[in-house]
Ligand binder design. Sequence first.
Ligand SMILES: [Mg+2]
Length: 192
Amino acid sequence: MSRPRIGVDADGVVVNWNDKAAELMGLAERWGAWGPPEWDTLEKLNKKAFDLLWEEPLLSEMFREAAPLPNALETLQELSKVADVWIVSSRPGGAWAATKSWLRRHDVEVKGVRLVEGWREKAGVVKALGLRAFIDDKEETVRDLHSKGVLSFLMERNYNKGMDYPQRLRVRDLPSFKRKLERLGVIARGDE
Ligand SMILES: [Mg+2]
């Protein structure tokens, strides 16, 4: 059996972009144990500080220093044993070096990485790479891929809770994504 190709979004799925962004905006400590607000709220709280995240030097710092989400690295490693994993992320081109450095530092070995400018470009890349399944936290991306026939999973986060999307295509974390792919027969079970 040839190795299936699957795709994974970076921010909000593998990378805890949000907490680093809040820290760089000087907002992280105000929420204590609750943790900082999510990205959509960050933008509303301080648009000026939010915009600065997309310029150097904060741009590189954000994508180099953000922490991995719980279980994400382990699951990527497990997925890579049975599938060719591609990371397809909507990040500015200027984030390329920081993205590569993050992957090296965390020993993430995937088949490849593609950066796109905006969610509308994702479907084309996913199709061109021949990815059988994809996981993303952005409602528009998930819906777009789904409508184009890609097995497209939603990573559940507070900001996409209200999305009308089939329960079977929703997951709470990357390990659940992996288990669903196994059950659907997209990937082999790692221990088989
Ligand atoms: Mg994302």
